[in-house]
Design a protein around this ligand. Structure first.
Ligand code: IVH
Length: 679
């Protein structure tokens, strides 16, 4: 049944939308709320009820920010004007150089002024407003085409759904940075640690991870902000400079960069960037530089662009944040391949607004080289990421009570012996049953880059492992809801969610699966290469290192470890039992069409006994673009001969067909194949 909407109800709805939007603007953009939370909620509920009852919903109603269902994947959006990156300047002199270059390209009577604003460390976005209404929001992508994240962007309350209070152009593409404040980032990481989820490395990753979510309700739960700093395509907007743009954006209620200033010449620019560099300690957001732009659009146009960057702008990069602190302890952790990595535990210290309490020391060579001891005061640097680095020991602060940390002789997790291989800096635990390694393997398996089992983070893996529920990653697929309900961390809903996430991960691409199972040296890229070359998992069983080496990009080290992995019957049992537990592996990466291989267009015939099974050699030839035939003819390119060749050799000689050995075949593939090897 449809309702006709009484005029006074329409008026009320319009009034509520206006009131709520204005208050959201005061709260999220100007950071100065006037309406009490309870009043806001009351008006919001009234609006929602009226909308539901009368089916009268305005496009910019705050109720329209949330509630869109999750997507399968993002659609692509083309940028009308490419989204560029920025050149860098690392010193005042490099800024002077930038200015000199500009002056050279312009004429003496051009009035060259600059603007200066902080460089926000987040995710670049393009927002398209048609007739004043937000219709599309996309990420930068490769600069020409990004991902459609409109539904997620709508959940950010600092972003107007409709342009208010200003000239409304027919179309305007607004560029800006979505970012997260440091305090919100720290709170989010704290929550994630409680939920057993891995922390984000920095506010930028947190912002990017929150936007690139297929489920908008996750984006809505993160406190994201926006700073608008640029224009893409526009129609019906007559602005002549960057400063005018910033003003127009402000009027239209868009958030603009804090500390935006004009500069008459490059010396003023230098003092402005210095002010921002000093002031950034107290900014609530992360910034690693200031962006300097030529103010007049006409001059921007005259200066034009290089391949990826405009000539009219540059980013002045700040020095990394540093602070001194005390090393309370040096501990170590064991990774999934058994590598033991030392880390320093600090007296917590704030560096560039972020609290830092530990840092990796990489390996014992590094500790010895820098002579880092427990009790030392060290200089710590944080560049962008939260993960800091020890730059130097402040030896003048030594008291003599500092302790040197010896190389470990046993694994800190399981007490087994350790080895340090020739030419390697890493110290490794030798036990195959080391609980730290096993747990790390399972964490890697279920991580986002791996099988992506949401909710099976570090904390839950530790819990399941300690309760004996998971001894290896195949056991993940044996978990039952009843098992989870017996554990302290789980209730009905969380147990359902985890079981559903495990079920969802059962469908996997071969490349992802190969990466997840943690074969030594097989990273995401090597896993992709393997998947391109082997149709199915079983094709890798008992494979020889030689066969892998013939693949482009594969070197001795990977070949050895892949072959060793697939020749171990225990591993094959594990893989088979995972398939039995319902894992379905597809291979969208397999290259059926051979792209120009080194043996392209060549026909081979094999005779005599070969060092490898014939089938294997034929596959090898085909994998590299060649064709294996059974009889020698004029069109045969090479006869591959082993010991005791048959009559085919005579025939080949008769026809003048070249004769080569197996080794020469391998060389042929290798020589023509100049692709760099991974290892
Ligand atoms: S202007 C053509 N202004 O930095 C220049 N960019 O390294 C377009 N960024 O992709 C960018 N704060 O994501 C500009 N105030 C600011 C910025 C800013 C952050 C980002 C932006 C851009 C990247 C370039």
């Amino acid at each position: 049944m449809t309702h006709t909407v009484p005029t006074e109800i329409m008026k009320e709805i319009e009034g509520l939308v206006k009131e709520l939007n204005y208050n959201a603007y005061l709260y999220y953009v100007l950071d100065s709320p006037v309406m009490a939370d309870a009043d806001y909620d009351k008006s919001y509920r009234r609006l929602r009820d009226l909308e539901e009852h009368y089916h009268y919903i305005l496009p910019d109603s705050p109720t329209q920010r949330v509630g869109a269902p999750a997507l399968e994947k993002f659609a692509k959006v083309k940028h009308e004007e490419p989204m560029l990156s920025l050149d860098n300047a690392f010193s005042p002199d490099e800024l002077r150089e930038f200015d000199k270059r500009n002056r050279k390209l312009l004429s003496p009577d051009d009035v060259l002024e600059y603007t200066v604003e902080p460089k926000y460390d987040g995710l670049a976005m393009e927002l398209i407003y048609i007739d004043g209404v937000l219709t599309s929001a996309s990420t930068r992508g490769d600069g020409y085409e990004g991902e459609d994240v409109t539904r997620n962007i709508r959940t950010i309350k600092a972003i107007p759904l409709k342009i208010e209070n200003s000239t409304v152009p027919a179309r305007v593409d607004i560029r800006g940075e979505v970012y997260m404040q440091i305090a919100d980032f720290e709170a989010l990481n704290l929550q994630r640690a409680k939920d057993g989820e891995p922390p984000f490395a920095n506010p930028r990753n947190a912002a990017a991870g929150s936007i690139r979510q297929l489920d908008p309700s996750i984006t809505a739960s993160r406190r994201l902000l926006l700073a608008c700093y640029g224009l893409g395509f526009a129609k019906g907007l007559s602005l002549t400079s960057h400063a005018e743009l910033i003003n127009w954006l402000k009027q239209a209620r868009f958030p603009v960069p804090a500390a935006f200033v004009m500069a008459k010449d490059i010396e003023e620019v230098i003092s402005a960037v210095t002010n921002i560099e000093i002031g950034r300690q107290s900014f609530p957001f992360e910034t690693d530089g200031a962006v300097v732009k030529v103010n007049a659009f006409a001059l921007q146009q005259k200066l034009g662009m290089k391949t990826r960057e405009p000539r009219w702008a540059t980013a002045y990069k700040f020095k990394a944040h540093q602070a001194a602190t005390l090393i309370r302890d040096i501990q170590s952790s064991v990774g999934r391949t058994g590598v033991i990595t030392p880390f320093a535990v600090f007296e917590p210290v704030r560096i560039g607004g972020v609290t830092v309490s530990r840092s990796t020391l990489h390996n014992w060579d590094e500790i010895q080289r820098k002579d880092i001891r427990i009790g030392d005061t060290v200089l710590v640097e944080r560049a962008g990421d939260v993960i800091p680095h020890v730059i130097a020991v402040l030896t003048e602060k030594r008291t003599g009570a500092e302790q040197v940390v010896p190389l470990p002789v046993v694994c800190p997790a399981c007490g087994a012996g350790v080895v340090r291989e020739e030419g390697e800096v890493a110290v490794r635990c030798i036990s195959l049953h080391c609980p730290a390694q096993v747990q790390e393997k399972i964490i890697h398996f279920s991580s986002r880059g791996g099988m992506d089992i949401e909710g099976l983070g570090e904390k839950n893996v530790e819990l399941f492992y300690s309760r004996g529920l998971i001894k290896h990653f195949e056991d993940i697929y044996r978990l039952k809801k009843e098992d989870l309900l017996e554990l302290p961390r789980f209730a009905e809903k969380s147990a359902d969610n985890l079981i559903a996430a495990i079920g969802k991960s059962k469908q996997a691409a071969l490349s992802r699966f190969l990466f997840s199972i943690g074969i030594l040296h097989v990273g995401e890229y090597a896993a992709k290469v393997l998947a391109r070359n082997f149709r199915k998992l079983e094709d890798l069983y008992n494979i020889s290192p030689e066969e892998i080496i013939t693949i482009k990009q594969m070197g001795d080290k990977i070949a050895g470890s892949v072959s060793a992995f697939f020749s171990d019957p225990k591993n094959i049992d594990l893989l088979n039992s995972m398939v039995k537990l319902g894992i379905i592996i597809t291979n969208p990466d397999y290259e059926t069409e051979k792209t120009a291989g080194p043996l392209d267009g060549m026909t081979f015939v094999i005779t005599g006994s070969m060092p490898k099974p014939r089938k294997e050699i034929e596959t090898l030839i085909e994998k590299h673009g060649g064709h294996a035939a059974s009889a020698v003819s004029k069109s045969t390119s090479y006869l591959l001969t082993g010991d005791d060749p048959g009559s085919k050799l005579d025939k080949a000689k008769q026809l003048g067909v070249k004769v080569i050995s197996y080794e020469e075949l391998l060389k042929l593939i290798e020589d023509k194949d100049k692709q760099p090897k991974l290892f």
